[in-house]
Design a protein around this ligand. Sequence first.
Ligand code: ADP
Ligand code: MG
Length: 700
Amino acid sequence: MGSLSALFAPESVAVVGATDREGSVGRAILTNLRDDFEGRIVPVNPSRESVLGFDCYPDVSSVPDGPPDLAVIVVPPHVAVDAVEEAGEAGVENVVVITAGFSETGSEGAARERELVDVAETYDMALVGPNSLGVMSTPVGMNATFGPENAQDGSLSFMSQSGAFITAVLDWANDQDIGFKDVVSLGNEAVVDETDLIEHWGDDPDTDVIIGYLEGIDDGQEFIRTAREVTDDTPIVLVKSGRTDAGAQAASSHTGSIAGSDEAYEAGLEQAGVQRVETVQELFDYARALSGQPLPDRDDVAVVTNAGGPGVMATDAIGDSSLSLASFSDDTIDALQESLPDEANVYNPVDVIGDADIDRFRAAIDTALSDDGVGAAVVVSAPTAVLGFDELADAVVDLQAKHDKPVVACLMGGESTESAADRLREGGIPNYFDPARGVRSLDALSGYREVRDGSVDEPAQFDVDRERAREILTRAEDRGDNRLGVEAMDLLDAYGIPTPAGDVVDSPEDAVAVAHEVDGPVVMKIVSPDILHKSDIGGVKVGVENEDVYDAFEDLVTRARNYQPDADILGVQVQEMVDLDDGTETIVGMNRDPQFGPLVLFGLGGIFVEVIEDTTVRVAPLGRDEAEAMVDDIDAAPLLRGARGRTPADEDAIVETIQRLSQLVTDFPAILELDINPLVAGPDGVQAVDIRLTVDTEEL
Ligand code: ADP
Ligand code: MG
């Protein structure tokens, strides 16, 4: 599949299956195209001479003057694949398949869809759909959809996995004067998917913001890579709805039950620099701010209001956001004192009070925006007898342009704000009734500035012993069991993750020998793939003195036998004691998400993991910035950093362990899930004292 440029700017469009039958999809598309399209419109239908006044051709190859740039397919499903093949043979490079009745309808449809993909691949066609509402591109006036609404001109490019959502959004957006550059109904995404569009729009100078409604992302890894490049200069805002069946992957391990699929999306979208929103209103609030306003160079916001209460609402919203209320410089306060009456509040939020006329209001906004410590402003106004909303709107537009800092307006009122709202819109200033919405839009700008300022977080490549790791993993295969426990501890060693001294032994004599090599008392654990939670059955003995090691061995084996007589017992691990008084038990784990691949988890570990779910996930491979952010993310971060007189943990060592685990699970797709629990984080490094993993032996 080549460039998508001609899909959006075709010089000629064929409608295959065009008809003038009232109520038909073919007629709707032709009518929509006829409205505005600058290029040539060519109906194709073997049983008509002309349709809606256009000359009609029996097939695509008989269209004169070369193949059309785009073919829109509206024929019934059983002939749709043939129609696409004919278009391909005739040299058409872009097709939009409106026809439904493919994978969305069951196995027969799915087989038909595979044929469609084959044909598209054979002819190297960019194919949108099937089961699509169509595509629009306003610069060429193309509305190749069968929806009731056409888009207005604008700079947002919009994709949706739901066609119905597009018609609803356009209806609403037209009311709000929100314009679009391109609109795509993705349908079943047999060929062109969300990642292809993001890549295309990222290079499109006429697209300022990419927005979308997605229910699922097929290849999460590819999506993250592409979107992260694009978000370096084009913001992406998405509504992601619908959860995939988390049950499929809810395997037995801790990580399996904690890292649900929606968490994968949350993490993946964030790593991709995408701003995820919950509602349509937020989608367009963000999009409007991002397309009309500069990015703030700092997060300190000034609030200027003529009404106390709404000013407080704005201030509260700032408190709830990642922004902060700016503190003004002495000069700013002096200047405000000079221009405002005594009863006014010259500190942020600035209250110019209810009798303010436009000059007083304007002077206060101007002064606040002049302060170097102010990154953005919210102007809040209730209707008063002495102030016209129109003149306030003009002042806001002027002052925003003068200072080139983002400004949002909250003109609070109904009909009385309408013409002012138009003036603000023309000046690119977002306007809301509710101050909290205004503040959230500024927050979106600040969030995007962070994405843009951040560099792409390249994963580190540590020097590791990959061959040894592979050997250890194949032990599972040799044993005919895909679960590995502490007997695979040296896997961590091969990847440079510190583990306590010790060994797995199969006789009490050997246990004593190992204990003698290790300093001080030891920890002894039963080793069996059939015993997942060793301490639950009394299978972990902590602080065993040398003279007790022999008996402890026999006791552990007896306990395991009592618990499960046919348990496959591999032996007993004799392990050096790790200082828990000075360390915190954390968990580092991984499971695989069907869309995003390896999800790495970090959090509070040991017995806490089940009681307090204080964990965070990221998609691997991940770099140092993401690993650091994971440590930051958990609620217990202050504990690790020495809150309440605790000894601070070695954070660098945690961050490095997360990265090394990321490398391990990226190198070996055969590792399906893995937990290091606990990873004891002490003041001078970390120690992995327990491991459990599941291996797909076929993948090795
Ligand atoms: P399991 O999770 O199967 O019960 P672990 O090996 O994680 O078994 O041990 C359970 C708990 O015992 C750990 O969370 C930790 O508190 C303690 N423990 C295990 N190994 C050590 C060790 N080497 N040093 C100190 N404490 C340990
Ligand atoms: Mg454990």
